[in-house]
Each structure stands twice: as C-alpha cells, then as structure tokens.
Design a protein around this ligand. Structure first.
Ligand code: ASP
Ligand code: MG
Length: 403
C-alpha cells in the first residue's frame, strides 16, 4: 500500500460538479488500496478576486492581513471538497487549514517558506482511513500569523506534504494534460512531454510556464519526489517530472520547451557611480524588500559612470520603484513596462553550439527586437516587447522543430 498526495488546482475545484469529481477521484484511489491525502487551491478566480478587493482598500500588498485575506479562498475549497467526500461516503474526508496540520513557515508574507510540517495529526487521520483535505498555499509562522507561499503556492504545499509523509508520488491535477513544449494557448502546435527532468522543469516553471510553481519543483528535486502533472478531467497519463538519471537519451533533445513570461518591467539606472559597493547596495535593498530581480545587465562605464538594467515582475514594480527612489544622488531611473521574456530550455543545449545564434536569427527574421539577453547552461532568454510575446513563442517553437 502506498501513499499518494493529490493536489487539485483552482480549475479542478472550480465548480460544484468539479468538486464532486475531486471527491470521486480521491475515493477511487483509496478503494484501489492507496492511502490518499488531498491538497486543494482556492476555486478558480477566487484568489484574484481577493487580490482585487485588497487593492481597493490598500494598494500595497504583502502584509500580515493581506495574507490572512488571501488564504481564505482555500478554506472554502477545503470545506466543499471534504463535504463532498462525506456525502459519497460518511466520515471519509476531513478538512484542515495549514496551521491545523502543523505547516510552519517563516514570516515573509506572500512569499513564506515552509520550514517544518508536523506530521502527527495527518498520520493519525490517515491511519484511521480518513482522507485529509488540506488547504494549500498557506501556513503559520511562529507567532501564529497566517502566511501564504506566493501565487501558485499550493503546488509547493502539496510537494512539501508528500515529502513529509514519505509519499510515493505527488500528483498535481490541473486543467491541462501535462507539461507541454510550450503553452498550448499561445502555440497550438505544442506537444505534451511524457518525462522531463527537474532541472528543465525548474527553468520552464521559473520562466513562466504556469503549470507548476517553481518552488515546488526545487523542493521535489532536493528530496527526489516524483511529480505527476495530470488532468483532472480524464484518467490519461500526464507528465512525470523526475530526476535526470531516470531519463536516458534526454540529452539528444537540444531544446525541450519554450517558455514565456509577460508583465515584465525593466528598470534602467543611469549615471551610477562606477565604484565598489554600488550594485551590492542597490540589489541588497531590493532583496531586503523581498523583490525578485531577474535579468541584470551592467554596461561598460564611461567617465566614471555606468548604467545598470534589470527586470522585475509587474507585481513588484511599485515596491521596486519605492526602494530605488531612496538611492538618490545623480542616478536617473527609467522604467519600461509591458515587456515579455521568451526563453528556450533544454539540457541538451550544453553540448550543442550555435543554439543562441539560431534563436536570435529566428527572432530577427520575425522583426522582433531584443532588449536584454540572459543565458544559463540550459536556457537562453530574451526580453522583448510584450505585444510580440505570442508571435515570438510560435516562431521559436517552429524554428526549433518542437511541433
Ligand atoms: N490560490 C492560490 C493562487 O491562486 C494558490 C494556488 O492556486 O496555488 O495563487
Ligand atoms: Mg497552480
């Protein structure tokens, strides 16, 4: 008998029918002899609705009570799934909020990190044959404040719970069939990938392939927890995200997927004095405000001054602008918003020269201007005009033969 954690995303619990379907899926797995733990997100659109409400009363997010508000969406979903389970089979389900099953986090609101899960409560329920239904996305800090793990964080909750309980696999049920070579809504030729390495998935997730929160993949990689991304609408196999060692022949594929990320903002700081400590000061201040900085480019100094560009996600724009204002001096700050980052990802590109040149050539032929470039061993990203995002993805998908 094995233990399986099943996580259902917003669309999978998006209506009463779908909630009943979740209950049926969970009971079916239990009947087959598996121990089952369910983790849920808020119903589709609910967290966005709460964010919208918050914006109307206080436009600066990421605070204690902002998290308190956002976490409420999952509570409703948990209650409904558990109630549905109990109509199908009395006493089969039991709902829990994060704190009730001892999910402890740090106190970085809206980006909290789990540092401990107290498995006692869960183990007791599972031993009784109950299917615990747990609120994803949330936890509690040491001062009993409700925290949330960042948008899409219920994936991370599910993986963390799977690891803590020693589950055999963490199944992430979603509204797509698995991980695709690109977003099928953007690129109709996208194909489902049957197996992918944690490394590639991390790049794809971090690059805006919305199917999994990147932190959930980092965590799974660290503890070697297999993730099965699959559809909640049919029983077909999805995509297994596993260790590279399990994937023979993977390196033959040069580019495995194309990702894109919209709503990027570029900050350019001009007139920055060319002396030690400037970058440390700027990026230190941004880090202290818990702002994720992405692409960073520094130009060659002229007359003791240089310019420094970097990107942040649109949601951090206000906060970043406030932090940067404090730099003072003669530094000039220019912001450019509505940009997109398109990226090609593949572990195979490490051993194939010319991949970057081909990417730039494909974009150039499509008349797409590149504003910033960044690379890692297994990915190349270009920042472009946000209006050209879809076009760029399609051009690259076709150009690298992924269709
Ligand atoms: N409900 C949260 C969100 O929309 C968490 C999640 O769905 O994973 O971001
Ligand atoms: Mg999600």
């Amino acid at each position: 008998m094995s233990l399986i954690v099943k996580k259902f995303g917003g669309t999978s619990v998006g209506s009463i029918e779908r909630i009943q379907n979740v209950a049926r899926l969970a009971l079916k797995a239990q009947k087959k002899g598996d121990k089952v733990v369910v983790v849920v997100s808020a119903m589709a659109g609910e967290t966005n609705r709460l964010v919208g409400l918050a914006k109307k009363v206080n436009p600066i997010p990421d605070s204690r009570d902002y998290d308190l508000l956002l976490a409420s969406g999952e509570q409703a979903a948990v209650g409904l799934v558990s109630l549905a389970l109990n109509t199908l089979k009395p006493f089969s389900g039991r709902g829990f909020l994060g704190y009730q099953v001892g999910i402890y986090t740090d106190s970085v609101y809206s980006k909290a990190r789990i540092y401990k899960i107290n498995t006692q409560v869960l183990k007791k329920e599972i031993a009784k044959g109950v299917i615990p239904v747990i609120a994803g996305f949330q936890g509690m800090d040491l001062e009993n404040n409700i925290t949330t793990l960042g948008r899409g964080g219920s994936d991370t909750s599910a993986v963390a719970i799977a690891i803590a309980l020693g589950a055999q696999v963490c199944e992430i049920y979603t509204d797509v069939d698995g991980v695709f070579t690109s977003d099928p809504r953007v690129c109709p030729e996208a194909r489902k990938i049957s197996h992918i390495s944690y490394e590639e998935m991390m790049e794809l997730a971090g690059l805006g392939a919305k199917v999994l929160q990147i932190r959930s993949v980092e965590l799974a990689a660290k503890f070697n927890m297999p993730i099965h991304v699959r559809s909640s609408f049919h029983t077909g196999e999805g995509t297994m995200v596993v260790s590279k060692k399990l994937l023979g022949g993977l390196e033959k594929v040069v580019v495995s997927g194309i990702a894109s990320d919209s709503a990027q903002v570029k900050f350019s700081l001009q007139n920055v004095p060319d002396r030690p400590g400037m970058a440390a000061g700027i990026f230190g201040a941004l880090a202290k405000a818990a702002i994720d900085v992405d692409i960073i480019v520094q130009d060659i100094p002229t007359a003791g001054k240089l310019s420094l560009s970097f990107t942040v996600s649109g949601t951090d724009q206000l906060k970043a602008a406030r932090v940067l204002k404090k730099i003072g001096g003669a530094v000039r700050i220019v912001q450019e918003k509505d940009l997109a980052k398109v990226s090609i990802v593949g572990v195979g590109m490490q051993h194939h020269p010319g991949v970057a040149a081909k990417m730039f050539e494909l974009l150039a032929r499509a008349q797409i201007n590149i504003k910033l470039i960044t690379t890692s061993e297994i990915k190349i990203s270009c920042l472009i005009d946000g209006a050209l995002e879809k076009k760029a993805v399609r051009v690259l998908h076709r150009g690298f033969g992924l269709g």
